[in-house]
Write a protein that binds this ligand. Structure first.
Ligand SMILES: Cc1cc2nc3c(=O)[nH]c(=O)nc-3n(C[C@H](O)[C@H](O)[C@H](O)COP(=O)(O)O)c2cc1C
Length: 160
């Protein structure tokens, strides 16, 4: 969290606030998250493999009503910090915000921007180059490997 405190912020407004959901409250968040949309036969992690904690990134509307980018920077900063401590995580934007606000009694001054799920990874993440068919969908095998296609360097740079 202290890394997130130091991130760059447009106009240095620092409109983000954080709701830390620790181990005891974790089950109250899980039902309101949508996991891995491309894995259509998977409803998210089963009990026992679910995130140990969450950080809910909120914007404080009394500071800014138009937080365009800061939450993305905050999310990646938190994840890098987690990985440096041998944890893993996932940024989740598909959130039932109304239900989560109600469940956690989050004051109306705050808007949920993103949820960060944190825990100790169960799977290996393997980066693949996107092949000729251009498919960007991630997929899994039965040995605990999660494959993530990424575009080639030449395909993301438009001038040389
Ligand atoms: C802004 C943003 C929103 C995301 N929302 C979700 C989500 O709602 N549910 C989910 O399971 N993953 C979500 N993800 C995770 C992406 O699916 C993941 O980053 C992508 O598949 C690439 O995998 P990688 O992060 O392992 O490289 C989100 C990622 C970002 C950056």
């Amino acid at each position: 969290m202290d890394n997130a405190r130091l991130i760059p912020s447009a106009q240095n407004l620092q409109p983000l606030k954080y709701y830390i959901v620790d181990y005891d409250k974790r089950e109250s968040v899980f039902p309101y998250l949508k996991w891995a949309g491309y894995l259509t036969d998977w409803n998210g992690p089963v009990e026992g493999e679910r995130p140990a904690a969450y950080i809910i990134i909120l914007s404080d509307t009394e500071i800014s009503k138009n937080v365009k980018y800061d939450h993305g920077i905050a999310a990646q900063t938190i994840l890098l910090g987690a990985v440096s401590k041998e944890m893993g995580g996932c940024i989740i934007a598909t959130v039932n915000r109304d239900a989560l606000v109600q469940t956690l009694q989050i004051p109306s001054q705050y808007t949920i921007e993103l949820v960060i799920a944190l825990g100790h990874p169960k799977e290996n993440v393997i980066i693949k180059e996107i092949d000729k068919n251009g498919d960007i969908k991630y997929y899994r095998d039965n040995e605990g490997n999660h494959y993530v296609p990424k575009r080639k360097l030449d395909d993301i740079i438009i001038t040389r």
